[in-house]
Write a protein that binds this ligand. Structure first.
Ligand SMILES: *Cc1c(COP(=O)(O)O)cnc(C)c1O
Length: 459
């Protein structure tokens, strides 16, 4: 293993994957189907058409098509920021004095600052192709709203973003970016929907929540002629689009004659992790390789490590179908944590199934340890990571230090999902020593579990 690997490996445009990979086609057992919460019957495509674009509903429900062609227009869009680099973290390795070889796939090289643009581009393209009049969505931390604003500007389709009010006020520059791309940004709760007005009547000062913003965005979509709603994580279609991350990574590693022993990614709703691991998990499912796969979540919002594998609503407003997933309960409100993109109560049903069946591991990490890793990484690799991404860095460093103890030269791969330029309040809090670690008690979690819907025949 003395072959000198370059710092950055880029595929050429020609080498970019031309298809997305649908991991469900290789699963030994499928995740349980989404259910209609009124009838507890599996949801049908027809029930989803008023909410989502048709082509995306088809992708959502397709468990057998292994590869989907990436439309030419989407590939052309991808070429503005892809292929993304696979970086060998030589300086981090040296600083840790580890024999491990550390690689990371960097998705922060676009204005949205995260991997979310991969799915935003696809979802917006299909919406335009269907001739829709416009799209609605919600955004919490702001990355998804920004990615959608970029894609909608490019494909020329109007976008309304319901942005959680406290975030709208705290991150005015996120809002400016979205508005610059032409999106209409509304602080949620807002007077523009029944759901928003109901909350404002009771509490005019309400700072909003992701659940409330989802309710408003869905209501606006289904009540506006020709509009549909888009979601940036959790769904099967989003994992499908994000498989581009893993496919590029695998191709680049093959060029280097490398294969990861350990693959690490942060997990909010599971889309970047699901995308990064997709082709490696395929190898694992087909018995060709057996990399360790580790999901990293915040100790403040521990869906995998302390959640229940149960049917639950995907939103706090309880208007979505039920999905069987690891969940803390749709009523669980995580404590304020600076990794906004990881504050979701549930988890992708596909990853949940893989975790339940023992194909992957999960760890929960505390916020101050995450920022310690983020700062260390920034100083040695010169990239300022997003707080979400830094969860993966934390565990990559821990694994590399374990290699130092054991003397094993393992190959470690992690996903660096984005940059942290809009998260400097969090970096300040870490630097000032005012950052706290909140870990919910078992009693806190029981409150969320108590409100899980009771689905007949499912324990
Ligand atoms: C949204 C986001 C995440 C978490 O979402 P997943 O769907 O779990 O990937 C992670 N990192 C960044 C930078 C994000 O914006």
């Amino acid at each position: 293993m003395s072959k000198k690997v370059p710092y950055r490996v880029y595929l050429s445009e020609e080498q970019m994957p031309k298809q997305w990979y649908n991991l469900r086609a290789d699963l030994k057992e499928q995740p349980d189907p989404m259910l209609n919460p009124a009838t507890f019957q599996p949801i049908t495509a027809e029930e989803l058409y008023p909410v989502f674009c048709e082509e995306l509903v088809k992708q959502e429900m397709d468990t057998t098509t292994r590869y989907f062609d990436i439309p030419g227009e989407v590939l052309d869009f991808y070429k503005m920021f892809r292929p993304s680099p696979l970086i060998r973290a030589y300086n981090l390795e040296k600083a840790l004095d580890t024999p491990a070889r550390i690689y990371f796939k960097f998705e922060g090289n676009n204005t949205s600052g995260s991997h979310k643009l991969n799915s935003a581009a696809a979802q917006t393209y299909y919406a335009k192709k269907q001739g829709l009049a416009g799209l609605t969505t919600e955004t919490g931390a702001g990355q998804w709203g920004t990615a959608m604003a970029e894609a909608c500007a490019f494909f020329k389709i109007p976008l309304t973003v319901y942005m959680v009010k406290c975030s709208y006020e705290q991150k005015p520059f996120r809002r400016s970016v979205m508005q610059t791309f032409g999106a209409e940004v509304i602080a949620s709760p807002s007077p523009t929907t029944t759901a928003g007005r109901a909350i404002l009547e009771k509490d005019p000062q309400n700072g909003g929540s992701l659940g409330c913003a989802i309710s408003e965005a869905v209501e606006k979509a289904v009540t506006t002629e020709g509009y549909r709603y888009v979601l940036g994580s959790v769904l099967n279609q989003v994992l499908l689009h994000q498989s581009i991350i893993g496919l590029e990574t695998k191709a680049a590693m093959e060029m280097l004659d490398e294969y990861p022993d350990i693959i690490i990614g942060c997990a909010g709703g599971g889309s970047n992790l699901g995308g990064l691991i997709a082709p490696f998990m395929q190898d694992k499912l087909l018995g060709k390789a057996s990399p360790r796969i580790i999901a990293v979540e915040p100790a403040s919002c521990p869906s995998f490590t302390r959640g229940r594998y149960a049917y639950d609503f995907c939103d706090t407003g309880k208007i979505t179908p039920l999905a069987r997933m690891y969940t803390l309960g749709s009523g669980f409100i995580p404590s304020p944590n600076h990794a906004g993109g990881l504050r979701y109560h549930g988890m992708s049903p596909v990853l949940s199934k893989l975790y339940a069946d023992g194909y992957m591991e999960a760890v929960a990490v505390e916020q101050t340890k995450v920022f310690e890793a983020a700062t260390f990484f920034a100083k040695h690799e010169t990239i300022l990571p997003a707080p979400e991404s830094a969860h993966a860095i934390r565990v990559a460093i821990d694994e590399a230090l374990r290699c130092k103890e054991s003397g094993e030269a393992k190959t470690i791969l992690f996903g660096l999902t984005g940059t942290g330029f809009f998260d400097l309040t969090a970096y300040d809090a870490y630097a000032n020593g005012t950052m706290t670690d909140f870990i919910p008690s078992d009693a806190d979690l029981e409150k969320g579990f108590a409100l899980l819907p009771k689905v007949p025949g499912v324990k």
